[in-house]
Design a protein around this ligand. Structure first.
Ligand SMILES: Nc1ncnc2c1ncn2[C@@H]1O[C@H](COP(=O)(O)OP(=O)(O)OP(=O)(O)O)[C@@H](O)[C@H]1O
Length: 452
């Protein structure tokens, strides 16, 4: 605090200017100015001398019941509190507990003895206290893969079991559905966890570049190859290599990949010496490799080598119970940056989010949350803060149809979501309704209909 005063120019002109006024006038002017802030003053005996309007509002305790009386234990000030920030918990008249931040300045008399102090209270901005959210429980967070869908829980089990073996894994799922997260989880859970995890997207590079990236090249292998370059296989030695979009790999490279999987060695581009490697492959694709084989685009022998353990990741629209979980997860991450704190989602906006088909899956959902943080302000995520495609009824309608909703599944999902929201908000229906973006009335009606 003292440092700040200096850097703001705590200059002699200012001291001279202050010296013109008596301290009582100054203090009362300052307090008038801050009337709406939660400020209070206690004397050395902890008796309340001043209790601002803001204190009444924040704590529900009236001036007539506080001023001239000893303060409650939470509000006492001691020498050690000087310039300190503390967190205090307070029960409100309605029984709700709130957490407040208390910052105080202690005053000393002319002889240097403790003479009481001034404190300011503000609502603590800790999202954990203020944001009612459906946050993932430990069971719903599998190495950063969040889900409460039973299908995904089966996937978690397969990952866990497969990780303990050396088997090659093929993950199939739409773009943005979390295939790379699965590959990372397998690596982290395997005996290879302390060796590198490297990833490459086979669709992103030309055939020559991909070959050189994967297998490396020797100096002079082609124009521009001015020195030896070690490939990903060599750099991932002892670890795991994630081959994303493996179905896009050109045929000639498929043969080379098959050889590494079978022989555990390869020859770098332009080289004549085989290099031995010990790398576990986790591959991923959004296509059916079987179809690609049928179409003559993918080697059948390689397909069998890759899909020793096939894992299918369902798209987000088929695990709708994850939508609100993931929305609140990403909101909570952004809240931590303190630029904006979202505590609620407008019910209409939530309805659209739940009904959307999410062609870009979790990545798209994250982008939507990011968009809302970029374009909006305030504690409620509003309809107007969703990207334009959500506000065009025609498009959302089409997506709704293409999502082919199963009404029975919806009911189950809804019941599970309501149960969880109630559980996590300790049975407080108002907060649980907020979390799910429903009005209290709708929430009540749905609970009744679902027998909850
Ligand atoms: N279940 C999940 N829980 C939390 N975050 C997730 C989940 N699924 C995906 N994500 C996040 O979504 C983004 C996309 O995930 P990821 O890159 O793993 O998808 P992908 O299927 O490999 O996509 P692509 O095929 O387009 O490369 C990442 O930021 C990832 O952290």
């Amino acid at each position: 605090m003292k440092q700040k005063k200096q850097s703001l120019g705590w200059v002699s002109e200012y001291s001279e200017w202050l010296a013109q006024f008596d301290s009582a006038t100054l203090l009362s002017k300052m307090l008038d100015l801050c009337e709406s802030s939660a400020i209070y003053i206690v004397d050395k005996n902890q008796q309340v001398l001043y209790w601002g309007d803001g204190m009444e509002k924040l704590t529900g305790l009236r001036q007539e019941n506080t001023v001239g009386k000893p303060c409650l234990a939470e509000f006492t000030l001691a020498e050690a509190d000087d310039n300190q920030e503390q967190s205090i918990k307070l029960s409100q008249a309605n029984g709700d507990k709130i957490t407040l931040k208390k910052v105080s300045q202690i005053l000393f008399d002319r002889l240097g003895a403790f003479a009481g102090g001034i404190a300011v209270l503000t609502e603590a901005l800790a999202p954990a206290t203020f944001v009612p959210k459906v946050l993932a429980t430990a069971k719903q967070n599998f190495h950063g893969i969040l889900s409460r869908s039973p299908t995904m829980h089966d996937v978690f089990q397969i990952i866990q079991n497969a990780a303990e073996t050396e088997a090659t894994v093929l993950v199939r799922g739409e773009s943005g559905s979390g295939k790379e997260l699965v590959a990372k989880a397998i690596h982290t859970l395997s005996a290879r966890r302390n060796a590198p995890f490297l990833a490459i997207n086979c669709a992103a590079l030309s055939s020559n570049l991909l070959e050189s990236e994967l297998f490396g090249h020797v100096r002079g292998a082609f124009t521009g190859a001015i020195k030896d370059h070690s490939g990903l296989f060599q750099r991932a030695n002892g670890g795991t290599l994630f081959l994303d979009e493996v179905a896009e790999m050109p045929m000639e490279l498929q043969a080379k990949l098959l050889r590494v999987l079978q022989e555990r060695n390869y020859i770098p581009v332009g080289g004549n010496r085989t290099i031995e490697v010990d790398v576990r492959i986790v591959a991923a694709t959004h296509r059916s490799l079987r179809e690609e084989v049928k179409n003559g685009q993918f080697r059948e022998d390689l397909m069998y080598r890759l899909r020793v353990v096939p894992i299918f990741l369902p798209p987000l629209r088929e695990r709708r119970e994850d939508i609100s979980l993931l929305i609140w997860h990403f909101i909570s991450q952004h809240n931590d940056q303190r630029v904006r704190i979202i505590e609620k989602i407008d019910p209409q906006a939530m309805r659209l989010l739940l009904d959307y088909a999410w062609p870009g899956n979790v990545r798209e959902l994250h982008n939507v949350v990011e968009y809302a943080f970029a374009v909006g302000r305030g504690s409620t995520l509003r309809l107007s803060e969703l990207p334009p495609e959500f506000r065009e009824p025609r498009i959302v309608g089409i997506q709704k149809q293409s999502a082919k909703r199963n009404p029975a599944l919806d009911t189950e999902d809804e019941a599970a979501a309501i149960r969880q929201a109630l559980e996590q908000n300790h049975g407080r229906a108002g907060l649980a309704a907020n979390v799910l973006g429903m009005s209290r009335a709708t929430f009540w009606r749905k609970r009744k209909a679902l027998g909850l």
